[in-house]
Design a protein around this ligand. Structure first.
Ligand code: ZN
Length: 213
């Protein structure tokens, strides 16, 4: 067991270990939020927000500060919204047309592995390995990277800065894709649905606004 893996419980990875940890979690959640696990909470699914983020393990919808039950969540690698991704498109439709969420939050983050892979020209390495789907999937990011070659080749800008800039541009791109969908336009016009772009900073936990227009 290496010391560099972040764990909060004894990492035996057995099912009994999962159940023990779950009991502790349920107990602490009930203490901090008495409304959880009540009949109302278990029969009412009425989130007001759709959080569309990256699958990265280091952040999630809790950064918005809302409680359990308030946010419908969908995460994809590098928070990419592909037109042919049935799961992502279904989540979007369901959140907007059935749950009637009031806002959609597209939230990328710093040090994104999907973005760094493209920035460091490592995408081709996925092609012949065991990640051929990921290779295809990241094309969306690579296209975005190549829209500003001068910036990417600028040696005065660190990879960290370039990654953050590309994360901003990626959130903008994905948000614009969502905003162009007919049913989203209708929801914006008819009931004031809002779309927000955000970047989560892993080193501070703080969010930054992304201008999406
Ligand atoms: Zn990421």
């Amino acid at each position: 067991m290496g010391t560099d893996i972040l764990t909060t419980i004894e990492p035996s990875y057995s099912s009994s270990n999962l159940l023990v940890a779950n009991k502790e979690w349920a107990s602490s959640m009930k203490t901090s939020n008495p409304s959880m696990f009540t009949p109302f909470a278990t029969t009412n699914h009425t989130p007001h927000t759709l959080f569309f983020g990256c699958s990265d393990a280091r952040y999630n919808e809790s950064c918005l500060g809302y409680a359990a039950g308030e946010v419908f969540t969908f995460k994809t690698i590098a928070n990419i919204v592909l037109e042919n991704d049935l799961s992502a498109q279904s989540a979007l439709e369901y959140a907007v047309n059935v749950l009637n969420v009031k806002q959609i939050v597209i939230c990328g983050h710093t040090d994104c592995g999907g973005i760094n892979t493209c920035l460091l020209n490592r995408r081709n390495g996925l092609k012949d390995g065991h990640c051929s789907h990921l290779y295809s999937y990241l094309d969306d990011i690579e296209q975005l990277r190549d829209e500003d070659i001068d910036f990417n080749l600028n040696k005065n800008v660190s990879i960290t800065q370039k990654g953050k800039e590309l994360a901003f541009r990626n959130v903008r791109k994905q948000a614009q894709k969502i905003a162009q969908k007919d049913f989203i336009k209708i929801a914006i016009q008819e009931r004031g649905l809002r779309i927000h772009g955000l970047i989560y900073n892993l080193d501070s936990g703080l969010l930054e606004k992304v201008e999406i227009n």
